[in-house]
Design a binder for this molecule. Sequence first.
Ligand code: GLN
Length: 489
Amino acid sequence: MKSELKNLLAVGMFCLLALLGTGCGQEKAPKLVMVTNAAFPPFEYVEGKKIDGIDPAIIRLIAENLGFELEIQDMNFESLIAAVQSGKADIAAAGITVTEERKKQVLFSMPYVVTKQVIIVKKDSPISNSADLKNKRIGVQHGTTGDMYVTKNIQEPERYANGPLAVAALCAGKLDAAVIDGEPAEVFVAQRPILKILPEPLTAEEYAFAIGKHNPELYSKVNSELAKLKNSGQLDEIIAHYRQTHSQNAAQTQALDKGGLWEQLRSSFEINFVKDQRYLYLWRGFIVTLKVTFLALIMGIVIGFTVAVIRSAADQTGKLKLLNLFCRIYLTVIRGTPVVVQLLIIYFVIFGAVDVDKVVVAVIAFGINSGAYVAEIIRSGIMSIDRGQMEAGRSLGLSYAQTMRCVILPQAFKNVLPALGNEFIVLLKETSVSGFIALQDLTKGGDIIRSQTYDAFLPLIAVALIYLAVVMLLSTLLNGLEKRLKKNE
Ligand code: GLN
């Protein structure tokens, strides 16, 4: 048992170091970091492993002309402005409408597209204009101009993380209308024939790129490059190219709305998983989920063991007061705040200005979080061992540390194995909030499929089944381990 524990600690340390190593080094300059919300076709969307669309294409060209290496990051729409403001990103390109409010926070390039907010309803809907929207269930994308318009002029809307999710909710009968930008609305409606766009637009808007106020130099460079693209006609070419590609793709999900129940289910399976190899989003997401869970688990065990031993030693010997205080603060803060908030703080605040791999961020966040729970589980295990055991160890001439390591911890570990197993299962499922920092884990993989097919049922069921299968496998393994440890007694 003793050597097993040592091995476990060594493996944990090794993995953490290796993982941290992947986040640093390999500095390639100069880099331009663009942030976007890739669920807004034809302006930005995920295709395979890549983020493509009008905005990425324009920025790619500008970056190339300015001699930058471009990196594109996906995040929630409402975080984009903050990301460029804080310096986490250089430029936000996401069909962002120029508004007076936003102008106070960032610099806007010259506008490159004129657009509007529109209302989408089901074809058989009694809603025919904005006046009919009052007291209806209206969906918007959180933080967008559609959200602002409805909130200010109609009522509190239902806020979704992106447009496609609002549209999926509309298709599923959860909403009476969705208010979103005109062009993505056309793409969505072309793919779901049960929907239509009402003729009367709600607003007139213009899109521009957002750059931090601390970066006027980049701002003027981008502006002059954009002007060149406009004058040369390249800008119009890019926009036309992506608009056309999307209208050609429109037919792909139409089948979702045709045929009987069985036929719909079959075509839903085809569209959600087979078409364009969409199952790969689930597969790749699954690998990310396993990676994050496994590494966070090891980090949690290392932290948990350390904290538990410090706390118990402090209780039993009255020493290590300062360390004990530190551990107690850690436990209070971590157990007193939600893991999503911790994840967001680690990503946006602690690693705010540095460029780290999102997997590393997630491992650190979930590892630190899990460590707190593991610590208390192990501590309760240590407390469950009769005090006489420590005294016996000491009277045999072993030091406190030796008794702890060779006598107490192995027994404690065995006693708390079921509770630890439970914590690991919780951890696996908790990583499903990784999508908040746009890490493409299993849940996010399902989200991406939903945002491409506007269908909620099968992607969600598939994601749930995969988690369930892993948890069942994990439980079986843990049961086996428990039995073996009992036999060795
Ligand atoms: N144009 C809208 C806004 O700026 C929505 C953009 C988007 O969803 N990407 O608020």
